[in-house]
Design a binder for this molecule. Structure first.
Ligand code: GDP
Length: 549
């Protein structure tokens, strides 16, 4: 039962946009922000105008590292229902797996973006598996339909074959590659033709005759897939009754939230085609905070407590990202699961066992920040003033029973290197800077040897450490020299195993890691691993593990 106090939550969607690097996640996010009206200028990605990429180095490197949460609003087409869409940025680079994990933890649903000329790529698979682990319902966006080699069928088939998931195409492209003109809505049997470059003029019409047979067949398959997940629809199907649009949408929504089917859409983010329909699908198929299981906490006695999304319940929030902000200092991004967080109040950080004062609260929009006095259950925002909260920390009401929320898995670092300041006098400043960076990022470790005075830093890959050394220079004004990267072996190593060469290739991202040897340690699937002489870390899925040597 939804109470009156909870009713706003039906109009909330907390989503992530997950993809292999280069699939078009940034472009899609940017277009979403444009069409939701917050982002007035469409800038080319990575030219300095991209709005989700906050830090300078991200723009320079053309990758998105941070997991900032941006709040947008969308009115479902054909209705006057306004929805709040919080977009949690999920990075696509393999080194930032922890960033993906922490964003997966706080989102309720995701849009998986695929490059339709490439199909399901290695990292799309990694991200998909992470989403599976966190039980995140997804819709798939077959992007770049305008590109040479684009094929909607390729994406649909790859979802079935490579990801082992049941795709439910709810659209069909009119033309592909340079001939991509529009999108057919299979559910409503309508065509959407784009008539201007900005994608703001759309002609809605009937399905052109040439697509009729194909689309009818697909609609029948869609009804069958939806009937498999919805009893009522199954009864209708068996009796030869045609479901209404509403019934079909409701059944697909149910199947999506239960993660039994995955709606597939198509478009071209770059050419502004299909983004509004994608937003409508986010509203139609992805869960609200009320549709997902309540977050669970554990008390000191080992009892479990569930926190349903309710602004009137006890406060339960998770800090999922710490950022150094040039204007206001330390920003702690939080997701409120239950209760209401007030500015100026005290909270209890159950992970650090510390009482902390909440200063100001911000909601981040694409191009602006909004100061608010409270953040309610289901909302995400940034807190100014928390001194101790780190990624994955639980915040509860001051004086409430101590409870720890399910948090984020933090993998062990896989690579380490020695670091020293270029100027000896900077030694102390470097120590402080590294310490602060480590507080932000739980996969980044700093160690110093008292006797030799040598400092080593450890992280998830070479690029990960390179970026941190870069931040040390930019944010803490310390230039440092680093030694050669070494693999950070763990003491628990017991056996060596072969992994499938396909997995090694995949883990290497786009060939950056070239010639990794196929040796991983330790054995257990799901455990952390390192490749000999290489810089790749992650989780070995069972199917890739071969016999022990
Ligand atoms: P990300 O790494 O996933 O964030 O990908 P980006 O959004 O940065 O896109 C990678 C490249 O693909 C950029 O050069 C984009 O301009 C391009 N791109 C993104 N979307 C599309 C699209 O719909 N069609 C085409 N042809 N290119 C696209």
């Amino acid at each position: 039962m939804t109470t009156k106090a909870q009713s706003y939550l039906t109009h909330f969607r907390n989503i992530g946009i997950a993809a292999h690097i280069d699939a078009g996640k940034t472009t899609t996010t940017e277009r979403i922000l444009f069409f939701t009206g917050r982002n007035r200028n469409i800038g080319e990605v990575h030219d300095g105008a991209a709005t989700m990429d906050w830090m300078e180095q991200e723009r320079e490197r053309g990758i998105t590292i941070t997991a900032a949460a941006t709040t947008a609003k969308w009115t479902r087409s054909g209705t006057d229902e306004e929805y709040v869409v919080n977009i949690i940025d999920t990075p696509g680079h393999v080194d930032f797996t922890i960033e993906v994990e922490r964003s997966m933890r706080v989102l309720d649903g995701a849009v998986a973006v695929f490059d339709s000329s490439q199909g399901v790529e290695p990292q799309s698979e990694t991200v998909w598996r992470q989403a599976d682990r966190y039980g995140v319902p997804r819709i798939a966006f077959s992007n770049k339909m305008d590109k040479t080699g684009a094929s909607f069928e390729l994406v649909v088939n790859d979802i079935r074959e490579r990801l082992g998931a049941i795709p439910a195409p709810v659209q069909y492209p009119m033309g592909q590659e340079s001939d991509f003109k529009g999108i057919i809505d299979i559910i409503r049997m309508q065509s959407h033709t784009f008539t201007n470059d900005l994608g703001t003029e759309i002609t809605v019409g009937d399905v052109p005759e040439q697509y009729m047979d194909k689309v009818r067949e697909m609609r029948q398959q869609l009804i069958e897939a939806a009937a498999e997940v919805d009893e009522e629809l199954m009864m209708m199907y068996l009796e030869g009754e045609e479901p209404s649009v509403e019934q079909l949408v409701a059944a697909i929504r149910k199947g999506t939230i239960e993660k039994r089917i995955f709606p597939v859409l198509c478009g071209s983010a770059l050419k502004n085609k299909g983004v509004q329909l994608l937003l409508d699908a986010v509203i139609d198929y992805l869960p609200s905070p009320l549709d997902v299981p309540a977050i669970r906490g554990t008390t000191e006695d080992g009892n479990t407590v569930d926190y349903p999304a309710d602004p009137e319940g006890k406060l339960a929030a998770l800090a999922f990202k710490i950022m150094a902000d040039p204007y206001v200092g330390r920003l702690t991004f939080v997701r409120i699961y239950s209760g209401t967080l007030q500015s100026g109040s005290y909270v209890y950080n159950a992970s650090k066992e510390k009482r902390e004062r909440v200063g100001r609260l911000l909601k981040m929009h694409a191009n602006s920040r909004e100061e608010v006095t409270e953040l309610k259950a289901g909302e995400l925002g940034a807190v100014i003033g928390l001194k101790d909260a780190g990624t994955g920390n639980t915040l509860i009401g001051d004086g409430d029973e101590r409870v720890l929320l399910e948090s984020i898995d933090v993998p062990e670092p896989v690579i380490k290197l020695a670091i020293e300041p270029k100027t000896k006098a900077d030694q102390e400043k470097m120590g402080i800077g590294l310490q602060k960076l480590a507080e932000e990022d739980p996969t980044f470790k700093v160690e110093s040897d008292q006797e030799s005075g040598q400092t080593t830093i450890a992280g998830m890959g070479e690029l990960h450490l390179e970026i941190l050394v870069d931040r040390l220079k930019r944010e803490y004004k310390v230039e440092a020299n680093v030694g050669a990267p070494q693999v950070a072996y763990r003491e628990t190593i017991t056996k060596q195993v072969e992994v499938d060469s396909k997995f090694a290739r995949q883990s290497g991202g786009r060939g950056q890691y070239g010639h990794v040897k196929l040796r991983v340690e330790p054995l257990e699937p799901g455990a952390g691993f390192v490749f000999e002489n290489a810089v790749v870390g992650g989780t070995v899925p069972k199917e890739y593990i071969g016999p022990a040597q």
